[in-house]
Design a protein around this ligand. Structure first.
Ligand code: SF4
Length: 237
């Protein structure tokens, strides 16, 4: 069932990748760190001009914190993020010869780099089979019953367990795209969802009627998600 779930998402997008724009591993790390609580579109708008002039930690240090802020001031929490980017750039220069380490522990020691950002870098830049759980994946893991969990780490661990090896490399991109464009937070487009029959969420959201109105997702959506997750867990016991 899980393999079929991924197979259908793969048929829609055989070679998915991050929607963050970057030019090398360092700029991927910076973009991922800046994307916390921000949209990829908003980050890309700011980093396009930035990465045209800064693509190494050395150049970032030369630009300086005030210079960096002038590029990223449209991104939420930009003051803190600018401080973190400067600090992580200094560590990369001082301790990693200016290179981004391909090791989780070293990545997570960098200021502003948590497990999710490390997973993105390890997966996209280094081809490791990590699954970065963002808000979309957390929702899908619970809503569909694929990998229920009370927090992102539980969902990640459960996805690691149920995702067949053949799909692990791209699993998080398929799930993010699905969450961003179909299984949306407020009201999922169940009526046009390719995994509709494999998903435990009920009641499914119907197609818009001829006036353009559509049956909204129930107000008790949180409760439904919770109950669905419980059912799946019980079924597995
Ligand atoms: S059927 Fe609906 S809730 Fe289930 S994965 Fe598809 S869009 Fe999401």
């Amino acid at each position: 069932m899980v393999a079929e779930f991924y197979r259908r998402l793969r048929d829609l997008e055989p070679s998915p990748t991050t929607e963050l724009k970057y030019t090398n591993t360092y700029t991927l790390l910076v973009a991922a760190a800046l994307s916390a609580q921000a949209t990829d579109v908003g980050v890309n708008r700011a980093t396009g001009p930035l990465f045209a002039v800064v693509d190494t930690p050395e150049k970032m240090l030369a630009l300086g914190e005030a210079g960096l802020k002038s590029y990223i001031k449209t991104i939420g929490l930009f003051n803190t993020k600018a401080k973190n980017v400067m600090a992580l750039s200094k560590i990369l220069v001082d301790e990693h010869a200016g290179q981004v380490p391909a090791v989780r522990e070293a990545l997570e020691k960098l200021p502003g780099v948590g497990r999710k950002t490390a997973n993105v870098v390890l997966n996209v830049a280094f081809g490791q089979h990590t699954i970065a759980v963002d808000t979309h994946i957390f929702r899908i893991g619970n809503r569909t019953g694929l990998a229920p969990g009370k927090n992102p780490r539980q969902v990640e661990d459960n996805l690691e367990k149920v995702t067949p090896a053949a799909f692990k490399q791209h699993a998080h991109h398929w799930l993010i795209l699905h969450g961003r464009y179909v299984c949306k937070a407020r009201a999922p487009d169940c009526w046009r969802c390719v995994v509709n029959d494999l998903c435990a969420f009920t009641p499914k959201v119907a197609a818009p009627n001829s006036t353009g109105a559509r049956k909204a997702a129930p107000k008790t959506i949180g409760k439904v998600v919770k109950n669905t997750a419980k059912k799946i867990v019980n079924r597995r016991r």
